[in-house]
Design a protein around this ligand. Structure first.
Ligand code: IMP
Length: 183
């Protein structure tokens, strides 16, 4: 199997870098208005949300702090394994804070459901959830999402932080992963 067989090949662009930038600017403005006068804490979900979190954090241009949390929900493949695991915890207390969770994509909803439950036990003042991509058709767990970048069809996508087997996070556009050919 060649290198592309292992990591997959990004194919058709689903959302261009220009569309992403325009939508992130809009989301930033909305969050800026909604949190005016407050000092929210953005919590980016590692690793997929790092690119989105960095852009949104700047677009919101609020007196805000930024922290990260790591969760793992996937094995090596393209489907969730079903269980969610905490791989890295926050570096600060969220007690009394207005928390905005920044996630790259909601698929079944398990990861975000786990995160919401986990953070709620730490007594924040409020929790909101902002996701860049929402695969609406695949939802299994009903979780409230406060801010959504784009609703997308059930296709495996890479780029702008999203990976396949650790690769393609550094693509500027969001592309559909091409199916690998049978050996
Ligand atoms: P959920 O727990 O099923 O909602 O899965 C959410 C996690 O699955 C995300 O944080 C991603 O890491 C991963 N994921 C789901 N769909 C995709 C995709 O199309 N591309 C890359 N990662 C994905």
């Amino acid at each position: 199997m060649d290198a592309h067989g292992e990591v997959g090949r990004p194919g058709r662009i689903l959302i261009s870098r220009h569309e992403i930038a325009a939508r992130v600017a809009e989301l930033g403005l909305t969050i800026r208005r909604d949190y005016a006068g407050r000092f929210p804490l953005f919590v980016g979900v590692l690793k997929g949300a790092i690119v989105f979190a960095a852009d949104l954090f700047r677009a919101a241009a609020l007196p805000a702090s930024l922290d990260f949390m790591g969760v793992s929900s996937y094995g090596a493949g393209q489907r969730p394994s079903g269980s969610v695991r905490l791989t890295a915890d926050l570096s600060m207390s969220i007690e009394g804070r207005d928390v905005i969770i920044i996630e790259d994509i909601v698929d079944t909803g398990r990861t975000i459901g786990y995160l919401r439950r986990n953070l709620a036990t730490r007594h924040p003042r409020s929790i909101a959830l902002c996701v860049l991509l929402d695969k609406v058709a695949r939802r299994e767990v009903d979780v409230p999402v406060d801010y959504v970048g784009f609703a997308i069809p059930d296709e495996f996508v890479v780029g702008y932080g999203l990976d396949h087997r650790g690769y393609h996070r550094n693509l500027r556009d969001i592309a559909v992963l091409e199916p690998t050919e049978a050996p």
